[in-house]
Write a protein that binds this ligand. Structure first.
Ligand SMILES: Cc1cc2nc3c(=O)[nH]c(=O)nc-3n(C[C@H](O)[C@H](O)[C@H](O)COP(=O)(O)OP(=O)(O)OC[C@H]3O[C@@H](n4cnc5c(N)ncnc54)[C@H](O)[C@@H]3O)c2cc1C
Length: 445
């Protein structure tokens, strides 16, 4: 690696970062938590080094729209370097963080190591298949833009195969989709796929006109959207049923072999696309004390986001679990909690550096929402409940305002308007093929 003058890489293996007399805060992960922390530390008397395995921030709430061909992937990502154009005290390095050597205040990454004064872990969460090899090998998680592109490709590849096979049973399996997990991600995915089935499938795939594309939404609990009032969960089921989604409640998936799903009641369902949104766990780094990690791989922190039994190491966002009286199992793994933790920690770090006492984090729950296709949604905002078209308008406005970048906002708004009037989903392309190993169904051409 070539290094410039005044760049701190005098030791072999050290990542090049500018020398500084200011305290160095290293942030791992530029998701909602990490990015808001960086933004609040802008122009503060500290050097901020953001390390992320990707060179872009991604907007998770719209991943399902990329997976269902509704919007382009570029419109929900934003390059870090562009974001930090005018952030004089911020350095970005693209690298995968592997572990922490807390004794030496050193962070190990895929491109070398770097020393920190303060370290913030904001690596988020990843899919948890609960050790089930069938789900992991044949199913698809939805935690990144790459995942959504894989789902989009698999879905379209399966439909292409369904179009050419002469075996009716194969056509049915290849065009059927099972979504596991009735949280917001599963519900939104099911709604978008139901619209794809209604408006796109008959036009694009005349070969499948005598086949019913089945969409199953399978939830282990007795209702969808657990975090919402029961009334809105019931409304959601009604909306999905009207859209011909088969919702199975109180049902656990036990096995999946690439085409057949075995349920805990002994019944089976056939579907070549299997989307798993039913479990998450924290991303892992080596070197953390075992008593600081809970069963979900999340890092246990105190009310200042400080990691248990480590000096100057903090964790925020999905990765952190901060138990409080109101939230005995930690805060919900949602964008608002991550954003608020990032902002509070920025203020606290400056206080800590100045030897002032840090303030405890207090979560302000602004509510939650989920959309079910276009024109329908359910939402709870400041304890007020909304459903139907009004909820959908609120959902659309909030998401459009939250996404980073004017270009992205415009691209999404144009796609939504186009889709609203034309009932079309424009981005149904297989840019790069998805190759499950082993292949699920071999169709003879
Ligand atoms: C499909 C889906 C839909 C969602 N919808 C909503 C919604 O509608 N509303 C809502 O409030 N919340 C929603 N959420 C939850 C919300 O996205 C998360 O709570 C939020 O992203 C958490 O922010 P974070 O910063 O902790 O982690 P993330 O946003 O996951 O960011 C983590 C960052 O860390 C980086 N990283 C990870 N590991 C490493 C490593 N080893 N080295 C370097 N970098 C690393 C990643 O590249 C990423 O940039 C949704 C989540 C998903 C998956």
């Amino acid at each position: 690696m070539q290094c410039c003058e005044k760049i701190n890489c005098f030791e072999k293996g050290h990542i090049c970062v500018p020398e500084t007399k200011l305290p160095r805060i290293i942030i791992v992960g530029g998701g909602f938590a990490g990015l808001n922390l960086v933004k609040k530390l802008r122009n503060m008397p500290v050097q901020v080094v953001l390390i992320d395995k990707n060179n872009f921030h991604q907007f998770m709430p719209l991943l399902y729209q990329v997976a269902t061909s509704g919007i382009e992937p570029d419109s929900i990502v934003f390059p870090f370097r562009k974001l930090f154009n005018n952030f004089k005290n911020v350095v970005f390095r693209m690298a995968e963080v592997t572990g922490i050597d807390s004794e030496n205040k050193r962070l190990n990454t895929s491109i070398g190591y770097v020393y920190y004064d303060y370290l913030v872990l904001a690596g988020g969460s990843t899919t948890n298949y609960f050790g089930n090899d069938g789900f992991k090998n044949f199913g698809q998680g939805l935690k990144s833009v790459t995942d959504s592109l894989d789902i989009r490709s698999e879905l379209l590849q399966n439909l292409e195969k369904a179009a050419v096979t002469c075996i009716k049973e194969e056509k049915e399996i290849l065009s059927s989709i099972a979504i596991i997990g009735g949280g917001p991600a599963g519900v939104e995915m099911a709604g978008a796929l139901a619209e794809f089935k209604k408006y796109v499938l008959p036009r694009d795939y005349p070969e499948l006109k005598n086949i019913e594309m089945k969409i199953f939404l399978i939830e282990a609990n007795n209702r969808l959207l657990q975090q919402m009032p029961t009334k809105l969960s019931d409304k959601t089921i009604n909306y999905l049923s009207e859209m011909k989604v088969d919702v199975l409640l109180n049902t656990r998936t036990k096995m999946y072999d690439g085409t057949k799903i075995t349920l805990d009641n002994g019944n089976t369902i056939n579907a070549a696309t299997f989307i798993w949104t039913a479990g998450v766990q924290g991303v892992t780094f080596s070197g953390l004390p075992t008593d600081a990690i809970n069963k979900q791989n999340r890092i246990i922190v105190d009310s200042n986001s400080k990691v248990k039994s480590l000096a100057n190491v903090f964790a925020i966002g999905d990765l952190a679990v901060m138990k409080t009286k109101e939230y005995p199992n930690g805060h919900p793994m949602v964008a608002q909690a991550a954003i608020q933790q990032g902002k509070t920690l920025a203020t606290n770090l400056i206080k800590i550096i100045k030897d002032k006492p840090a303030s405890s984090f207090k979560y302000h729950d602004k509510g939650s929402m989920a959309t079910i296709g276009k024109k329908k949604a359910v939402a709870v905002i400041n304890n007020m409940k909304f459903s139907g078209f009004l909820a959908w308008l609120i959902w659309s406005f909030i998401h459009l305002m939250t996404i980073i970048g004017v270009r992205n906002k415009l691209l999404i708004a144009i796609n939504w308007l186009w889709n609203y009037f034309s009932y079309d989903k424009g981005d149904r392309v297989i840019i790069r093929k998805y190759s499950p190993v082993p292949e699920k169904i071999q169709v003879e051409y």
